[in-house]
Design a protein around this ligand. Structure first.
Ligand SMILES: Cc1cc2nc3c(=O)[nH]c(=O)nc-3n(C[C@H](O)[C@H](O)[C@H](O)COP(=O)(O)OP(=O)(O)OC[C@H]3O[C@@H](n4cnc5c(N)ncnc54)[C@H](O)[C@@H]3O)c2cc1C
Length: 403
């Protein structure tokens, strides 16, 4: 069998890539190893920058119908437990089992063929060019030739490793993120996401940009007491703390004021699960002759927030603005590969560059972080916008010119 494009992985990145490539007139097969709908461990936040893509995919209304909570404000606890409130542009929480399935169906409605229970096991190569995939579909071995293979199969992608796409060798770039759903979480404010910096009272404390989150879910029908609660910590911090991810989380619940404030009577609705999440400071090489790697498989998540749906979907959208012409022209030259790589870098690197400043100058710098919260609390209108405070603090207080 031969297809113009095979997309491996029907998560938000792969489904979006498949949708836009089909929209550009290509013949696209999207495959996933799971039986759909599938779940994905996540904080369930789809950020507002994605809404125009949802509109283009014709799924905005369905996403809105499934919103478990619309978040429009933030409460942040500093490492000493002092809190600061912010307003935030609204973003939506939709359980990933539902939200990702809506995106996948959006791709199918856009003309994409889809097969699940389809595990891609290796890439087919001719010289240095990728020419297809080997897979197991419903327990039968199959091979499919393709002009281009899009690899969007998540953070544990062996196919990406096969191509040499490796995460940066920096323990601050490797995050461990886990999340559970909890009942009887108290003191939540409707529509307010809470972030708690890793508490400074921890033995062996080392300041790091990571945090615990508490986000209300299903406010309407549960009295606002069900929450998604999770924790993201990078490898550097875990090594320095000499603790496991679970131990940090348990410490927060049992030994801190904020932990008791929210979680004293909480019970587990869905246990904590998590995974290792790669990020990057600039886009790694993701374009190859006959293949492009996207999303978590290409270390695209934002190191400041651990959000990875948006960079994956933005990259997928961008890819479709350049790749179809090369596919139609059967151009597999290095110049074509460089052009695709360049387009993706132009789309993602400005955000990575800003995040590096934001991390280095605020989140990861204990003195600046303290000053940032003080600056935020003394704004004329309190609570002020989170993004506005970041921008104002970096430019006015620290004198950093931002383009
Ligand atoms: C605890 C936690 C909380 C998070 N919270 C957020 C959040 O709130 N908002 C946010 O934006 N991001 C969040 N993230 C990150 C986000 O989950 C990922 O960045 C996002 O899922 C990346 O999408 P993707 O499509 O690239 O990969 P995935 O969503 O992982 O999809 C990859 C797909 O590939 C399939 N696959 C894997 N291997 C194969 C194979 N060999 N053959 C065929 N199919 C295969 C899988 O079944 C899967 O469906 C969080 C991550 C964690 C761990």
């Amino acid at each position: 069998m031969k297809r113009q494009v095979v997309v491996v992985g029907a998560g938000p990145t792969g489904s979006t890539a498949a949708f836009y490539l089909a929209k550009a007139g290509l013949d696209v097969l999207l495959v996933d190893q799971e039986v759909w709908p599938r779940d994905k461990v996540c904080g369930d936040a789809y950020m507002p920058g994605l809404f125009p893509i949802f509109e283009e995919m014709g799924i905005m209304e369905e996403m809105e119908r499934e919103v478990a909570c619309e978040v429009n404000s933030l409460r942040i606890y500093d490492p000493e437990g002092e809190r600061t409130d912010y307003t935030a542009p609204p973003f939506i929480l939709v359980p990933r089992r539902i939200g990702d399935d809506i995106i996948r169906r959006g791709a199918i409605n856009g003309g994409v063929d889809f097969l699940d229970n389809f595990c891609v096991t290796s890439l087919i190569r001719e010289g240095n060019r990728i020419t297809g995939i080997n897979a197991n579909h419903n327990n039968v071995d199959v091979s499919i030739e393709a002009d281009v293979v899009i690899i969007a199969n998540g953070s544990h992608s062996l196919l990406a490793r096969e191509l040499g796409v490796l995460a940066e060798d920096n323990p601050k770039m490797w995050m461990y993120a886990a999340r559970g759903y909890f009942n009887n979480v108290e003191n939540m404010v409707p529509g307010q996401a809470v972030q708690i910096y890793i508490p400074s009272s921890l033995p062996n404390y080392v300041h790091c940009a990571n945090y615990i989150w508490v986000t209300p879910l299903y406010e309407g029908n549960t009295g606002g007491k069900v929450a998604s609660v999770g924790c993201v910590i990078n490898e550097y911090a875990l090594r320095e703390l000499n603790m496991t991810h679970d131990e940090v989380f348990e410490y927060w619940i049992n030994e801190t004021e904020s932990g008791q404030y929210y979680m004293k009577n909480a019970t587990v609705a869905k246990p904590m699960v998590g995974c290792r999440l790669p990020s990057c400071s600039t886009l790694t090489q993701v374009a190859f002759p006959g293949a492009v790697v996207l999303g978590d498989a290409a270390n695209m998540p934002d190191k400041a927030s651990q959000y990875g749906i948006d960079p994956g979907m933005y990259a997928a959208q961008e890819l479709a603005s350049i790749l179809p012409d090369y596919i139609k022209a059967k151009d597999y030259t290095q110049a074509a590969v460089d052009a695709v790589q360049g387009a993706l870098e132009a789309r993602l690197n400005p955000t990575y560059a800003f995040n590096t400043i934001y991390m280095d100058q605020i989140m990861d710098n204990p003195d600046h972080l303290k000053r940032f919260f003080e600056y935020s609390r003394k704004q004329e209108v309190y609570p002020a916008g989170y993004a506005e405070c970041i921008f104002g603090f970096l430019t006015e207080e620290l004198g950093i010119p931002l383009g």
